[in-house]
Design a protein around this ligand. Structure first.
Ligand SMILES: [Zn+2]
Ligand SMILES: [Zn+2]
Length: 348
């Protein structure tokens, strides 16, 4: 079968012919209909995850189940599926046995450690796969196991009740989905970005943020004043200054800092981006009593919940689709261009 692979470190994709996989016990063989391209895929090329080369890219598959492995329940040939990239789990560690297998440290991630879904066929773990309704287009389903579930879980981890004030820093692939989810959850939503494209995209959404902040022109102090003013005019009861929680999808140090500075005392800072490090002076962390939370993605049940939430609330996923694996070259150029907005997805 055809697959787009990173053959050597620091290279881009090469179209290769590789053997098609088969479904073993607990697995689904999926004929890939769409696969998303992610910032993480570029990090794989740079060697950030110690990936073995050659390796097939993408960890965001959606497609049709064409074979069901031994012992799999609840799935049949012909089902529409999207799958997490957790393709092996040890089943023995504390997380696998008692907590959340999404955190199993002994598992392999497709696209990072083993071959991913920029290929005609992909093998997933059935327990880490979710049903995709007919109404959800393939290009929307593909980003669900990465951008969709990651931002959904991060917002849930912020732990706010309806009426809470949530900021989302970075309105790219994750953020533009996140602001809509947060609005649908009944939160007061602040969207922050320093790029005109994502700000324009979010301003035009049916579930647009209550406040949009252009961080290229606004200091954190000015942002807090704007947020406080809008919150005051929206709610009758007195509220503290700043946001109750922030979900950070942006990665550059000024954005990480901006997000902290707009968070209220006793607030929550949820990090989903992958900066080299997160620097917060202890005085500010301690005296503001801010809780800093890391958020990964989730498990199969979280993925199903995400897909159902997106369907139920008609969340719009802004995608740019590319017809076939032959397009991975120009798609890569688009992904790294400064004007990039939304999510790049290959359709098969
Ligand atoms: Zn991804
Ligand atoms: Zn485990």
């Amino acid at each position: 079968m055809k697959a787009a692979q990173i053959v050597n470190k620091n290279e881009r994709y090469t179209l290769c012919d590789v053997p098609a996989p088969t479904a073993g016990p607990g697995q689904l063989l999926i004929q890939v209909k769409a696969a998303g391209f992610c910032h993480t895929d570029i990090m794989v090329s740079h060697g950030d995850f110690g990936s073995p080369y050659p390796i097939t890219g993408s960890h965001e598959p959606a497609g049709i189940v064409v074979a069901v492995g031994e012992g799999v329940q609840g799935w049949q040939v012909g089902d529409r599926a999207a799958s997490l990239n957790k393709v092996t789990e040890c089943g023995e560690c504390h997380d696998c046995k008692h907590l959340d297998s999404a955190f199993c440290p002994n598992g392999n991630l497709a696209g990072l450690h083993t071959d991913g879904s920029f290929a005609e066929y992909f093998v997933s773990l059935a327990k880490n796969s979710a049903k995709v309704p007919e109404s959800m287009p393939w290009e929307v389903a593909a980003p669900m196991p990465c951008a969709g579930i990651t931002i959904y879980k991060a917002i849930r981890k912020a732990g706010l009740q309806p009426g809470g004030v949530l900021a989302i820093s970075g309105l790219g692939a994750l953020g533009h989905i996140g602001v809509q989810m947060a609005k649908a959850m009944g939160l007061f939503v602040v969207g922050i970005d320093a790029r005109p494209g994502p700000l324009e995209l979010c301003a035009g959404l049916a579930l647009a943020p209550d406040v949009l902040i252009d961080a290229s022109k606004t200091s954190a102090e000015e942002a807090v004043a704007l947020i406080d003013k809008k919150v005051k005019s929206t709610f009758s009861e007195e509220r503290p200054s700043g946001v109750d929680a922030v979900v950070v999808t942006a990665e550059v140090p000024p954005a990480l800092r901006f997000a902290f500075d707009i968070t209220k005392r006793h607030g929550t800072y949820v990090l989903v981006s992958q900066p080299e490090e997160l620097r917060i002076p202890f005085r500010e962390l301690i005296f503001k009593n801010v809780t800093v939370v890391g958020s990964l993605q989730g498990n199969g049940a979280d993925l199903q919940e995400t897909i159902e939430f997106v369907t139920q609330h008609d969340i719009q996923v802004h995608t740019r689709t590319w017809a076939g694996l032959e397009q991975v070259g120009p798609m890569w150029d688009e992904q790294v261009s400064p004007g990039q907005v939304g999510k790049n997805v290959v359709l098969f």
